[in-house]
Design a protein. Sequence first.
Length: 80
Amino acid sequence: MGVFGDSVEFPLNDLCLRNHNIFTGLVNCDHLAELIKLIENGRINTNFLITHRMKLDEILEAYHIFENKLDNVLKIALTP
């Protein structure tokens, strides 16, 4: 079983013959709680990362904007 669920099989021979690159990795979350506290306390400003704010019922439009990199999007914050 993989880290996030069932294992996945890749046809590595086919991928290599087609010259595909595969990159994998995990995010180190050891300091995540500390980072969240710094953001909550205003010591780290992340506002510049959120370029769009949309309602949850606009999620399909949000995905369209993000997937197609429209309107200089970086991150979209969704609210209920």
